[in-house]
Design a protein around this ligand. Structure first.
Ligand SMILES: Cc1ncc(COP(=O)(O)O)c(C=O)c1O
Length: 407
């Protein structure tokens, strides 16, 4: 085989479909988020404002987080030096796991190097623990859940997105004695819509199933202590396994599950994705613990975040732009074509210093390509005005459709 020709063909196909991804090299400036510097391929530099980051609350530059990380580096050095089983468990890891178990009202928590790995490792291990397990997975679940479910070799059923009636139909058709698990998300990050947590828990009770929720786009941001939508809705006790990230609202890195002591003990003991990989650096664990602890108390920051999202949505809607609004913190503007989406994103960056990455298939279905804005408490009124005016001008410039506001 001509390996190079094969690779070229694969890459060309992405170019033709307008789906080829390019990295934008940015230098984030501590103390100045969301401002950053864009290092262009020709070596020149331009100041930009980041509008598509998942450091939703700006915790990546919070003094409490940074000082915890500095202290831990000084105390413990750089890497952890091992897997959790072989010299890679430190007091920093244990402290963070205790903080997370407390956050979700669970007996235990288990750290992974990312929420992707946490989903993949846990979901692919569960059928080993529960032979014959059937996993019911929402059609729009994140790639990490899909991968975990796909790899586990067990039975799977995909229910239509957020469609509890379909889920019920699928569950009712299976052997009542089979062990079952429902895997879903609390906030779906591309549309910003919420999963029907309570209705799913009711079904789980009825059919004797376990519940597995991904709260990656909710932890830190929802609930009186940042415990996610399940905490906000007082449903924590009805969820068997909660997955979260330390890389988005908490501004650091890493992922976890929180569950019963026995569940965490079993996953810890059987999941290759936990066992055979180096643990997080102590400084990362220390920074994440400081962030989780801080956000348990800072309800005002959560409220400012929601207010920012509401303001941006109201203003974009007021100009007739097709935004999706499910009442969460995510602001998707649908363009509906991969080439137009890329052009808009390029023009925003080049002309206005506004960085928002185009979101294309396969991340979202074809025909729903979009710009996905993530306003945060560190975006000020000036940045917001600049973005709204830029979108207004570009929407007209590209002659894109607007909603009829008189209707
Ligand atoms: C729903 C969902 N789950 C899991 C992940 C993975 O999180 P992490 O970045 O910690 O690997 C993501 C990442 O974007 C996500 O959107």
């Amino acid at each position: 085989m001509d390996y190079n020709a094969q690779l070229e063909q694969a890459i060309d196909q992405l170019h033709e479909e307008g789906r080829y991804r390019t990295f934008i090299d940015i230098e984030r400036q501590r103390g100045h988020f969301p401002h950053a510097t864009w290092r262009k391929p020709d070596g020149s530099e331009t100041p930009i404002t980041v509008w598509c980051g998942n450091d939703y609350l700006g915790m990546g530059q919070h003094p409490a987080v940074l000082s915890a990380m500095h202290e831990a580096v000084d105390a413990a050095g750089a890497g952890s030096g091992g897997t959790r089983n072989i010299s890679g468990t430190t007091v920093f890891h244990k402290r963070l796991e205790a903080e997370l178990a407390d956050l979700h009202g669970k007996e235990s928590a288990l750290l992974f190097t990312s929420a992707y790995i946490a989903n993949d490792a846990t979901l692919s291990t569960l059928p080993k623990l529960f032979p014959g397990l059937i996993i019911y997975s929402d059609a729009l679940n994140h790639a990490s859940m899909i991968e975990g479910v796909r790899r586990n070799g067990g039975a799977k059923r995909i229910f239509r997105h957020n469609d509890v009636a379909h889920l019920r139909e699928l569950m009712a058709a299976d052997d009542p004695a089979a062990p079952k698990l429902i895997a879903f998300e609390s906030v779906y990050s591309m549309d910003g819509d919420f999963g029907p947590i309570e209705a799913i828990c009711d079904l789980a009770d009825e059919f004797g199933a376990l519940t597995y929720i991904d709260e990656v786009h909710a932890v830190g941001m929802y609930g009186p202590r940042g415990g996610g939508v399940a905490e906000r809705d007082r449903l924590l006790h009805r969820l068997d396994i909660i997955n979260g990230t330390l890389a988005k609202a908490y501004g650091v890195m890493g992922g976890y599950i929180a569950a019963s002591g026995r569940m965490c003990d079993a996953i810890r003991s059987y999941a290759p994705g936990f066992i055979f990989t180096t643990s997080l650096p102590p400084a990362v664990a220390a920074g994440a613990a400081a962030s989780v602890a801080h956000l348990k108390r800072d309800q005002a920051l959560r409220e400012r975040h929601q207010t920012q999202a509401k303001i941006l949505k109201t203003r974009l809607k007021g100009m007739g732009l097709p935004i999706i609004d499910h009442g969460s913190h995510i602001v998707p503007v649908i363009v509906g074509d991969p080439v137009h989406t890329k052009v808009l994103s390029d023009m925003l960056l080049d002309r206005y210093g506004i960085y928002v990455q185009p979101i294309n298939y396969p991340t979202v279905p074809r025909g729903t390509e979009r710009l996905r804005f993530t306003p945060s408490p560190v975006h000020g009124p000036k940045e917001l005005d600049h973005l709204v005016h830029a979108m207004d001008e570009l929407w007209s410039h590209c002659a894109l459709n607007r909603a009829d506001l008189s209707a």
